[in-house]
Design a protein around this ligand. Structure first.
Ligand code: SF4
Length: 475
């Protein structure tokens, strides 16, 4: 039986794609633990930054060096954005863009069977001039801008390697943020049907699943493109009405898609069946920068959304955001506006990015005109990192002595040998639980402190105990 290996780069949605390819191939292949043992290595790339491209190329070179007999199939956003760059790399046997991702398992099988003769629809070989001149590699490429074969529905999700798997329900994006390459690499917004999603959720619950994460490239846009258009709040309501899923978590949602209906669901189900966790990409606290980014809100809209979410979910809500540093032309004053906004809002964590000019985006030209010096970017990033760490600690400290719901996770050996269990609270805080429990258990816990790594130390509460009298292994 041939062996394959999948290496994933990038976001939740990309990892869901990689998981779906893996599940499909497992039907008649075995998955190796290392790329060095595989006949075919699938590299599922990201292209959100220049660094992501560099990391993918390094992985491809290393794989080819360490396992020259392996056929390397490159897919994902980098494959969609610059297929010929990858098709020319040594060891690459096929490049499959997001436009053809649903065909990746078949292409891998054909490769192994040396049957890669363009039998697959749309296959065409882009001959890169440099490859011809260098007599180098020239892998066939499956890429176009129609995205007809792009939605790779996942095999039935079950609680397994991942206790809280992603269910990717939306693909692509119709927005045009000036720094972002994703609309190019993933096409316009497309949704998985409500029926397919419900079937997944019911199957997951039937398999003993407790928590599911709804994800997408622009999740808040789910349903608008369906034959019978719908919206995310309607989907969430239907999941609560027609399944017994104990907990649903929503991944990143654009600020303006937290509409009154979705916030209403947070008020009704927050803390019970809906995780009190909201990730709203902010990017900048400066109105001028947001305008140059073509973001669809002003700083005060963002603040209003956060206030409405806090009213709905209460102070235990964990608020997360993406913030970008060094967008072209960003002045000291504009950066200070970002710092002030981050300081003013109760973030529980921040994902920080430095601007990376991407070919084909408006940001590329803006960067050529007004780049922010790397030293300044580093300085600003350091300042925001320190502030983010402070905010995270403040948020987690506020949960000490609080009673919280949590789900147990697969516990690393180092912790398990100390009779401790890794868990995640319903409001998205990592926990170190003073108990030895298997994964995928819903538990009530009481926060008692913070670990050296900043996780919440907690004890388990039994069914009839409230937060004040706890069973505890002496801490
Ligand atoms: S909303 Fe903006 S940042 Fe997000 S995927 Fe779409 S274009 Fe990119």
């Amino acid at each position: 039986m041939p062996g394959f290996y999948v290496e994933n780069f990038g976001c939740r949605a990309a990892r869901a794609d990689g998981e779906a390819v893996r599940e499909r191939l497992l039907a008649d292949w075995h998955c190796t633990d290392q790329p060095t043992d595989a006949d075919v290595v699938v590299v599922n790339t990201c292209s959100v930054t220049a660094e992501a491209d560099r990391a993918a190329r390094a992985f491809i070179r290393r794989t080819n060096r360490q396992n020259p007999r392996a056929k390397i199939v490159v897919t994902g956003c980098y494959a969609q954005r610059a297929p010929e760059e990858l098709a020319a790399m040594a060891g690459v046997a096929a490049v499959v863009g997001n436009s053809h991702k649903a065909l990746a398992p078949e292409i891998v099988r054909n490769l192994a069977a040396e049957k890669l003769s363009c039998t697959t629809a749309d296959a065409h070989a882009i001959v890169s001039v440099s490859a011809l001149l260098s007599g180098g590699n020239r892998a066939p490429v499956w890429v176009d801008d129609r995205f007809a074969h792009s939605f790779l529905e996942e095999a039935q999700l079950v609680p397994g390697n991942q206790t809280r798997p992603n269910l990717k329900v939306q693909e692509g994006c119709g927005n045009r943020c000036t720094f972002c390459v994703i609309p190019q690499t993933r096409g316009s917004s497309r949704s998985l049907s409500g029926a397919a999603i419900l079937k997944q959720v019911q199957g997951f619950v039937a398999a003993g699943g407790k928590e599911l994460v709804l994800s997408g490239i622009n999740l808040g846009r789910w349903g608008r493109d369906l034959a019978e258009p719908s919206k995310l709040p309607a989907l969430v309501s239907e999941i609560f009405e027609r399944t017994t899923l104990p907990r649903l978590r929503l991944s990143s949602i654009e600020p303006m898609d937290w509409d009154a209906d979705l916030i209403g669901l947070m008020a009704d189900f927050g803390g019970s069946r809906l995780a009190r966790h909201a990730h709203l990409p902010l990017q900048s606290g400066s109105d001028a920068v947001l305008r140059r980014m073509h973001r669809r809100y002003r700083p005060w809209h963002y603040t209003e959304k956060v206030a409405a979410l806090l009213r709905a979910a209460g102070p235990d809500l964990t608020l997360g955001a993406d913030v970008m540093v060094g967008f072209p032309g960003e002045t000291d004053r504009e950066f200070e506006e970002t710092v002030q906004m981050v300081r003013a809002l109760p973030f529980g964590y921040l994902h920080l990015f430095s601007f990376s000019p991407r070919p084909g985006t408006r940001g590329w030209a803006l960067h050529a005109d007004a780049p922010v010096r790397p030293a300044v970017v580093d300085e600003r990033m350091a300042a925001l990192r320190a502030l983010a760490a402070e905010k995270t600690q403040t948020h987690r400290r506020s949960l000490i002595d609080r009673e919280l719901q949590a789900i147990t996770l697969h516990t690393p050996d180092a912790l398990a040998t100390q009779h401790r269990t890794a868990a995640l609270t319903e409001n998205f805080v990592p926990v170190e639980l003073a108990a030895s429990l298997p994964a995928n258990q819903l538990v009530r816990v009481r926060g008692i402190g913070l670990t050296a790594e900043g996780a919440l130390q907690a004890v388990q509460l039994t069914a009839d105990q409230n937060q004040y009298d706890a069973i505890a292994t002496p801490v």
